[in-house]
Structure formats: C-alpha cells, structure tokens
Design a protein around this ligand. Structure first.
Ligand code: UDX
Length: 434
C-alpha cells in the first residue's frame, strides 16, 4: 500500500515516519521547498525525541520520501492523509479549514482510480464530509472514500504515542476503505490496540471531546490547588487519592500555571464555537477556557506578591519557557502571558530554556537569554520555574542559592520538596501545598 501525506508539519511528519517504520511506502508532501530539501537529507526541523532517527531510517531503507510534487504523490497513492494546519481564526476561535479544503481540491486535480482520503488534522465536525463533497463535485469520474482519523499525539512523546496508542479512532463508511485503513494499523494489532470504528462526525468529535475533557481535568485540579492553599490542604495528596478512583484516573491532575500548547487552547476554543453555532453550547468548556486564561494572568500576581514592592528594577531568573518540557514549542505557553506583564512592571528577566530560547526571544522581546540556569540566577532577586524540564529537577540548589541575590524560589510545577527547600533556607512558593 502506498501512502501520501499532505503537510509535513508536526502531525504529518510523525505520521509519515511511523507508517514508514510499519513498513509502508510513504511520501510526505509540503509546499515549503526548503523544508522538503532538508527533510530529504534527514534534517528534521522540529524537536521531537526519536523523530530524527526514524526519518533517517525511513530514508535509508527507501520507505520514506519527501517531495513538493503533490501531483505525482497523489497519483501514486492508495491512501492520502490530509495533515495540513488548521489554525484558529482570529476573533472567534473557529478553526480555519481552508488549507484542508485546498488539499482536497489538490487531490481532486490529480486523482486517478480509487483513493481513500483521510483527514488527520484536527478538523471541526463536518469537515471530512465537506472534503467528500469537494472530491465528488470536482471529480465525479473518480471513486473516492473519505475517512477521519484523528491523532492523539503529545508533543515530546509523539513517537511512543503513535507506536503504542491507547486507541486508534477511524471514522469511515465504505467497507473497502475500512479494510485498507485497518491494514495500515495492522502492526498495532500485535499489541492489542483497540481500534474504534465510527461514523465521520463521531470520529471528528472524539478528538475535541477528549482534549476538552483533559483541559477540564487540568483546570479542575488547578482550582483545587487554589482551594488547598486557602484551607491548608495538599493538592498532591488530594490528586493521588482522587486518581486512585478508577473512574477518575491519576493522569492530568498535576497543578500548573495553566495549560498551553498547540492543541488544548485551540481545540477547546473551536469546540466551544462550533457547539454554540450548532445550538448545543458546552458551557463547561467555555468556563474552562475562561478560567485557564485567568489562571495564567494570576501567576503574575503571585510573582509580584512574592517579590514584594517595589518590583521595578528587580531581577528575576526564569527557568523553562516552552508550554511543557521536551519540546521547543512556545505556542500558547503560559510564559507568553506572564513574562511580558513582568517586563511591563520594570522587572529584568534572565531566562533559560533548554530548547525554546531562540523562539522565546523572538516572541518576548526584552528578555535576557542565558546559557544555563546558573547564569540566569546570577544576582537575581528570585527564581521562577515555569516548565518542569528534568534538568531543573537535578539543579545544584546550593549553587543556585549562592548565586541568587535573595533566596526566593517560585515553583509553578511543584518539582521541589517544600520541607527540603525551607530547610535549605529558601523562601519557597509552590501551588496548592502547605
Ligand atoms: C495534547 C494531548 O495530550 C494530545 O492527546 C493531543 O493530541 C494534543 O494535545 P500536548 O499539547 O502535546 O498534547 O501536551 P500535553 O502533554 O497534553 O500537555 C498540555 C498542557 O497541559 C501543557 O501545558 C501541560 O503543562 C499541561 N498539563 C498537563 C498540566 O498543567 N497538568 C497536567 O497534569 C497535565
């Protein structure tokens, strides 16, 4: 079976590299010539553990190909995945599917024979049906089946998530297409991965509902952390006990400065918008969005309180800028809300992030970029930890203390032990703990 993947971004590239690893012939297509030329040499433009090795292996064994020639890739393919971007439209949060529709038009322009066309990007409910209409209208002479196959990859563990998923969701109607897609995921049968077949609309909705539910879980524990602070409780003991209830589960109950990333903010907004338009508003999700935005802003007040007045002229070390560890992705990172507001207050920010430094410097002009955590801490009036990179768990805290001007640590990921920190003489602030 030959597969073409339109869009060599994060989703397309991971999907392509992993299907190539399953043994299929994969061609990844993108309009960006520089990106394709680099990929063809085994250079991967994004930071994702394991991806580069997989791309290089695919190239070496000639199972993975990169091209800007969409026509040839489409003609040769049995299955075509649409993995182009679906950015949020400014203003109302609606997902912009114009790239998906353009990809469908491109497929229609080049298709010969029978093709299975699969939406892989996260698309609002009804989009795969729209793709089908475009194909049938433009090419009544061709035989198409469409399918919706949402991805559930987490940045930083995308390869593992693809190779060992909790489930695979395939929205498909024709039997022939169903069998072909089942064949593509055959290697996962060996590890008994459940494959959920659904209609197109349900498959599309599963992705939004799952992400919104996870965003809600995080937001819930963040509010419980606030409540713990008021009543003198410990949010970790609370989360552990809650999570042991199998109906709740232990994951995504870790408090933080608010969720970020390329998926949760965008998908919750898109879900809220199209649900309202359909006449079935999900107020719960609308509230989650509002509470999460407020949470990111409230982190600024916590920092200012801990720093004391006047804050202007003070220096802060900031560790971790990406929306989570093991990625260079700054999209919707809490740092983008928090740091500009601190700069406005006249606070100097000495920042360090293992992978996101260059991007952060572009997005937040005015921050100082440091080479390591110790340089960031130099003579600072406090240290704020925004993202829990493993590297920060193993810091030499004695050295940090000696380097700081004042022994203040504000830990928004709760990676240190409060008793130990106080024992070392730090003024230590974390979330939802005594
Ligand atoms: C997410 C979904 O997990 C994935 O299934 C979907 O396909 C894409 O969106 P990702 O955005 O890569 O993946 O990140 P994830 O690890 O889910 O974290 C999202 C955000 O939630 C991060 O900002 C993270 O710091 C935050 N988070 C996560 C918490 O604050 N607490 C938690 O307990 C878990």
């Amino acid at each position: 079976m030959r597969v073409a993947i339109l869009g060599a971004g994060y989703v397309g590239l991971v999907t392509g590299a992993c299907f190539a690893e399953f043994g299929f012939q994969i061609t990844c297509v993108d309009t960006d010539e520089r990106k394709i030329a680099a990929l063809a040499k085994g250079e991967v433009p994004i930071f994702e553990p394991g991806l580069k090795a997989l791309v290089q292996l695919g190239l070496q064994y000639e199972r993975l190909h990169f091209t800007t020639d969409a026509g040839e890739a489409i003609r040769a393919a049995d299955v075509i995945f649409i993995a182009v971007g679906t950015p949020s439209r400014r203003g109302n949060g609606e997902a912009d599917v114009s790239f998906v529709i353009a990809a469908a038009e491109m497929i229609a322009a080049h298709a010969v024979g029978y093709k299975v066309v699969v939406t892989k990007s996260t698309v609002p409910v009804g989009t795969t049906r729209r793709v089908e209409r475009v194909l049938r209208r433009l090419r009544p002479d061709c035989k198409f089946d469409v399918a919706a196959n949402p991805e559930f990859l987490r940045e930083g563990s995308a390869i593992e998530d693809f190779m060992r998923p909790n489930r695979v969701v395939i929205g498909v109607e024709g039997e022939r297409a169903r069998q072909m897609l089942q064949q593509l995921y055959r290697p996962l049968h060996l590890i008994e991965t459940p494959i959920i077949f659904a209609d197109l609309e349900t498959a599309e909705l599963i992705k939004y509902a799952s992400n919104a539910f996870l965003a809600m879980k995080i937001t819930f524990i963040n509010q419980m952390a606030d409540l713990c602070e008021k009543v003198g409780g410990d949010v970790h003991v609370l989360a552990k006990a809650m999570g042991l209830d199998h109906r709740i589960g232990p994951k995504f109950l870790h408090p933080g400065p608010g969720y970020g990333g390329s998926c949760f903010p965008k998908d919750t907004m898109a879900l809220a918008t199209f649900a309202r338009e359909c006449g079935a508003p999900v107020d719960l999700v609308e509230t989650v969005i509002r509470v999460n935005e407020a949470r990111k802003r409230s982190m600024v007040d916590r920092i200012l309180d801990a720093l004391g007045t006047p804050s202007s002229g003070k220096k802060l070390a900031v560790l971790g800028l990406t929306f989570k560890p093991n990625t260079d992705d700054m999209r919707e990172s809490p740092a983008l809300t928090i740091l500009p507001r601190l700069l406005e207050r006249g606070i100097k920010l000495q920042c360090f992030d293992p992978a996101g430094m260059a991007e952060a410097a572009k997005l937040i002009p005015g921050i100082d970029c440091c080479r390591d955590p110790y340089e960031a801490a130099a003579k600072a009036d406090g240290l704020v930890l925004l993202t829990e990179w493993n590297l920060f768990r193993a810091l030499d805290l004695d050295r940090i203390k000696a380097t700081l001007h004042a022994p203040l640590i504000i830990d928004f990921r709760n990676i240190y032990d409060p008793d130990k920190m106080r024992g070392m003489g730090f003024s230590y602030h974390s979330l939802g703990r005594p």
